[in-house]
Design a protein around this ligand. Structure first.
Ligand code: NAD
Ligand code: IPM
Ligand code: MN
Length: 368
């Protein structure tokens, strides 16, 4: 049987730097665990624009559709700020999400004990935190029509449309309930049903899916603004949060700071099952291309490495190997290995991106 296939799209800025460390982990799996992958590589984002005049070619799109999993680094950067909107690096990523129909974006925020003092919140608020934000990823205001910048009389008007169909809400709700059943059986749905019709529908449909198919799961509803406040006040009240595309984007960056750094947060974007029964999937860190630190060996590769661990779990049915990678990360953090973003106010000497990757490989070796 052919090896499982992975397409790496490292992208821009720190994307290639953090992905180099993931490649080490992939190679380690082959060398030490006999788990080989067919890895191919291609361009997305600004680097694809530089090479082809588009942030994602049709050929790359077709490759992404054909593999078992896509691993993505990050896209974007100031060099591309002035480009026409239609060819901006971010459009490449959005096209991948839309055309692969990756509607359920799992963004876990887990606070490793060794980092509990690095969060901007108090230790007792974040220690032991383990929540997952399920962000709807293929609809809502990111994709709704009409959209654009139009002339209206003497001035311009910028328009985006928040739009959700019942079926779009139902399928992401279902994925959140399924996930909750494998965790603490608790879902909090967030929208703004007090001011938005799409929020009213969201709340109704989530409740209907719950009452029909998941009555055993504890469901609550919260306005997204109050949810943001509660995430900062007492995040451990949550287990699974399900929310729309834009609120999920904002809430997951906020949740990142509960864990100590944006450089810690992985994500899995999952779609419908493929012929092999596994979901169509793309894995990427929550952070971006971090232009302020790109090219300096300062980037934390943990978010990207943990995203690969999610690929092991969700695309390759290798949950034990995923846990092995997660434990290796936990161990290096407990040993005090820190990239610059994880330095506390007392300072210390940070390791480079490559040294963090090597420390994780050493911890993986020690796990055998
Ligand atoms: P960013 O996530 O790139 O950076 C925010 C801050 O976090 C920066 O100070 C950065 O140095 C720091 N940071 C991020 N990742 C880090 C890591 N792994 N290690 C250490 N520090 C890290 O967000 P931004 O600055 O708002 O956006 C920069 C570019 O990235 C923009 O073009 C944006 O559109 C793009 N972006 C892409 C993605 C993606 O590809 N999925 C996600 C977010 C932003
Ligand atoms: C993310 C990013 C993206 C988003 C951008 C780069 C398109 O912020 O993955 O969180 O807004 O979804
Ligand atoms: Mn974001």
């Amino acid at each position: 049987m052919a090896n499982p296939s992975i397409l790496i799209l490292a992208g821009d800025g720190i994307g290639p730097e953090v992905m180099a460390e993931v490649r080490k982990v992939i190679a380690w799996m082959g060398d030490k665990r006999g788990i080989a992958f067919d890895v191919s590589e291609d361009l997305v984002g600004g680097c694809a624009y530089d090479a082809h005049g588009t942030p994602l070619t049709d050929a790359t799109m077709a490759k992404a559709q054909a593999v078992d999993a896509v691993l993505l680094g990050a896209v974007g950067g100031p060099k591309y700020d002035k480009l026409d909107f239609s060819v901006k690096p971010e459009r490449g990523l959005l096209r991948l999400r839309k055309e692969m129909d990756l509607f359920s974006n799992l963004r876990p925020a887990q606070c490793f004990d060794a980092l509990a003092d690095f969060s901007s919140l108090k230790r007792e608020v974040v220690a032991g935190l383990d929540i997952v934000i399920v962000r709807e990823l293929t609809s809502g205001v990111y994709f709704g029509e009409p959209r654009g910048i139009f002339k209206e009389g003497n001035e311009r008007v910028g328009i985006n449309t928040q739009r959700y169909t019942e079926s779009e809400i139902a399928r992401v709700a279902k994925s959140a309930f399924e996930l909750a059943r494998r965790r603490s059986n608790k879902v909090c749905s967030m929208e703004k049903a007090n001011v938005m019709e799409s929020g009213i529908l969201w709340r109704e449909v989530v409740q209907e899916v719950h009452d029909r198919d998941y009555p055993d799961v504890q469901l609550s509803h919260m306005y997204a603004d109050a949810g943001a406040m509660q995430l900062c006040r007492w995040p451990k009240q949550f287990d699974v949060i399900v929310t729309d595309n834009l609120f999920g984007d904002l809430l997951s960056d906020a949740a990142a700071m509960l864990t100590g750094s944006l450089g810690m947060l992985p994500s899995a974007s999952l779609g419908a099952p493929m012929a092999n029964g596994r979901p169509k999937a793309l894995y990427e860190p929550v952070h971006g291309s971090a232009p302020d630190i790109a090219g300096q060996g300062k980037a934390n590769p943990i978010a990207c490495i943990l995203s690969f661990a999610m690929a092991l779990r969700y695309s390759f049915d290798l949950g034990d190997e995923a846990t092995r990678v997660e434990k290796a990360v936990e161990k290096v953090l407990a040993d005090g290995v820190r990239t610059a973003d994880l330095m506390g106010p007392e300072g210390g000497t940070p390791v480079t991106t490559g040294q963090m990757g090597d420390a994780i490989l050493a911890a993986l070796d020690a796990s055998l």
